[in-house]
Design a protein. Structure first.
Length: 470
């Protein structure tokens, strides 16, 4: 394995704005360009890296699963994110995820058999896709000798950060959450794993602002997806999708859009693979906002904001954020994991949409929960935000943009038990519970509810109920 000095020659950080192009060493903690203020990429001198000539190269590692770094669904692709030597790599067994053909869900969406696939990231150790990026960020933090790591979170990032801190004992976790903006399923993880939890009066955007200030002032390593090393780990979700499709490129990747880290990482992954000659083409990318947190949809589809070779119209973006400030607009959706109005990866997402001939759609909470119920009825339970991808694919199918024979991959970002309250409220017999949790969000019906059948504690009544409902 190459030395750290060799990795210093291969990896560096670069401003994403082509007109700037400032570069920085990989062994530095940065969240934005010192020259122009834009976001940073982790970039590589691929001529110096040990890049395989085929993606099938990675199949040899399947027989080496006793090695924790080959078992990892992130680090077995180490050659494609070579920013750290082996001795610094951190793993908690992340990336043992499933790509499943889902014909029942496909029928709901409007696809022909064997054309819709679900990439289930809920199988990660902390129950969400965040572990893919967190192990990469933790690896960089370890390189930098960090003692504490912090994040703002709607729940999944905090759970992942706290889990890696608990498993590795390398750092202490400090997490910022907004008031009333986190599900108990996720909050319980952060508390159980021992993280210092700071709950501020505000939403995720407020928490994000504060955690960046605190991290700067106290020298705490920030692991939100504004950290470019986070997105390096999230690239591997697409590598596992390709692996599950026997290295064939799908027609569509459909992903929920919150802070826009996944869409950004996916675009970077496919652009790099295509540049390296490892795939023949890029798939199309659809990023799906919740209607109650629809910044990307508003800017991209309604106001025409584009990447424009690194020069998106910043005046239009600023004007939109000013409008939010004047109206005191706050994100509001049952899909709490994507309840974000000011996505930190906006510019990277615009770049990914350009590279992948992408588009953006918004779906309401009603559509999200109905899609969630259909996903679960097919055997893969997911949290509400995950189902935005399926609801979005269904919308695009109805619009005729996705064809019934296209091969479509919907990303399920988190486990069903991340938000059990919403699931139970959707299926409940208790109208008050439904009203308290869902109706106040505009969810007026449970189209696919599977309600419990109440019967007397009598054998004949029980048998009768089973026969009537079988």
């Amino acid at each position: 394995m190459p030395s750290l000095a060799t990795f210093r020659d291969v990896a560096f950080q670069r401003c994403i704005r082509p007109s700037c192009g400032a570069t920085y060493e990989a062994e530095s903690v940065r969240t934005n360009c010192s020259k122009c203020g834009d976001l940073l990429d982790v970039s590589y001198d691929w001529d110096r890296a040990m890049v395989p000539d085929s993606l099938r190269h990675f199949e040899q590692y399947w027989t080496q699963r006793r090695d924790p770094l080959r078992f990892s669904g992130v680090w077995r692709f180490h050659e494609l994110l070579p920013f750290a030597p082996r001795e610094f790599l951190v793993t908690a067994g992340e990336g043992q995820t499933l790509l499943q053909s889902a014909d029942a869900v496909g029928q709901f969406v409007g696809m022909r058999p064997q054309r819709l696939f679900l990439q289930y990231e809920g199988m990660n150790p902390s129950g969400s896709f965040k572990d893919n990026g967190m192990c990469a960020a933790f690896t960089h933090a370890r390189m930098m000798g960090a003692q504490r790591a912090a994040c703002a979170s709607t729940g999944n990032t905090s759970a992942s950060l706290a889990m890696y801190c608990a498993v590795t004992r390398l750092m202490k976790a400090v997490i910022f959450i907004g008031s009333g903006k986190i599900s108990y399923g996720k909050l319980s993880q952060a508390l159980d794993y021992g993280a210092l939890t700071i709950q501020i009066a505000g939403d995720f955007d407020d928490a994000m602002l504060r955690v960046r200030e605190v991290s700067r002032d106290l020298g705490i390593y920030l692991v939100n997806s504004v950290n470019p090393f986070r997105l390096e780990g999230q690239k591997t979700i697409m590598l596992r999708v390709l692996e599950g499709l026997q290295w064939e490129v799908p027609d569509w990747i459909v992903v929920p859009g919150g802070n826009l880290g996944n869409g950004s990482a996916f675009g970077k992954a496919f652009s790099e693979l295509h540049r390296l000659g490892l795939i023949p083409r890029l798939p199309r990318l659809a990023i799906i906002n919740a209607a109650g947190a629809n910044t990307l949809f508003e800017l991209y589809e309604r106001r025409g904001v584009r990447w424009s070779d690194g020069n998106p119209p910043r005046d239009i973006i600023r004007q939109y954020y000013d409008e939010l400030d004047r109206s005191h607009g706050k994100a509001d959706t049952i899909a709490s994991a994507i309840e974000i109005n000011r996505p930190v990866n906006l510019n990277k997402a615009l770049r990914a949409l350009e590279a992948c001939d992408g588009l953006v759609r918004q779906v309401g909470d009603q559509e999200i929960l109905d899609a969630k119920a259909q996903v679960a009825a097919g055997g893969l339970g997911c949290e509400p935000a995950s189902a935005a991808s399926v609801a979005g694919a269904r919308l695009l199918r109805r619009e005729g943009i996705i064809a019934p024979d296209d091969r479509v991959v919907c990303i399920l970002t988190g486990h069903q038990l991340k938000d059990p309250t919403t699931t139970v409220a959707y299926h409940t017999n208790d109208q008050q519970v439904f009203n308290d949790v869902l109706a106040k969000r505009g969810v007026l019906r449970a189209s696919f509810a599977n309600r419990a059948v109440a019967v007397a504690n009598e054998l004949d009544d029980i048998i009768k109920a089973i026969r009537l409902n079988s």
